[in-house]
Design a protein around this ligand. Structure first.
Ligand SMILES: C[S@@+](CC[C@H](N)C(=O)[O-])C[C@H]1O[C@@H](n2cnc3c(N)ncnc32)[C@H](O)[C@@H]1O
Length: 222
């Protein structure tokens, strides 16, 4: 069953979320609607990021690894997730192995403590929102506080500010803040329950002449 699922993703065939989510145990599957990227969105995000075989994409807060597994099966590139909840990290590693998604891998820990400089691209599905919104909390295995939401958003902004020119960022439901200066939005697709947006970091000198202030590209809006 999982072999056929992986084959369908490799071949570009549509896979329903309820089918993909069978790879996870029920308690993780039940969180899918709110917390895990829908298959269709993950495939589209990977397509927008246009990775090559060498591209390293970091999924910031990778949960049970659904984005990384789907993206790795549906196209080129290496998809690395970082996740602070150990049981979700374990589920992500098991699912990727069961699916044969060899270009999906996962790191334990807090995204704030990771050096982001080795990555070419980032994916964010509003990872810190449960700190603000009690009703959508995944569980009580980590300490959640509104203050953390704002702190983490600022850390993401600061890490993206330091990222190399050409860095791509795909967001689904945003990441909770505005993209830092130097990033221009180059695509916006209505999909799933919100928008998938693609941002690219350009050299500051080239920025104003290209899309730095272009009204239709929504510079620094998120
Ligand atoms: C909305 S889920 C997205 C999961 C995955 N990216 C996907 O799209 O399927 C956000 C995940 O981020 C994790 N997370 C939140 N803050 C984090 C942090 N500071 N460092 C690492 N992981 C974090 C949560 O535990 C949760 O699993």
């Amino acid at each position: 069953m999982l072999k056929a699922l992986a084959e369908d993703l490799r071949a570009g065939r549509t896979v329903a979320d309820c089918r993909f989510d069978q790879v996870y145990p029920p308690e993780i599957r039940n969180l899918s609607r709110t917390h895990w990227t829908p298959v269709e969105v993950a495939v589209k995000a990977a397509e927008l990021l246009r990775p090559t075989e060498q591209t390293q994409v970091l999924d910031v807060g990778s949960g049970c690894g659904k984005f990384c597994a789907v993206a790795a099966l549906s196209g080129p590139g290496r998809f690395i997730g970082i996740e602070k909840r150990p049981h979700l990290l374990a589920a992500a590693r098991k699912a990727a192995e069961d699916l044969g998604a060899r270009r999906a891998s996962f790191l334990p820990g807090n995204m704030a403590d990771l050096d982001w400089s080795a990555f070419d691209a980032f994916y964010l599905f509003n990872p810190f929102y449960e700190n603000r919104m009690k009703s959508i909390r995944i569980d009580e295995t980590v300490v959640l506080r509104a203050e953390k939401f704002f702190r983490y958003v600022e850390i993401v902004r600061s890490k993206l500010t330091c990222a190399k020119d050409g860095t791509k960022v795909a967001t689904y439901h945003g990441f909770g803040g505005e993209m830092p200066l130097g990033y221009g939005r180059v695509d916006r697709v209505s999909i799933g329950t919100d928008f998938l947006e693609l941002w690219v970091k350009r050299r500051q000198s080239a920025e104003v002449g290209s899309f730095g202030r272009h009204p239709h590209l929504g510079h620094n809006k998120n």
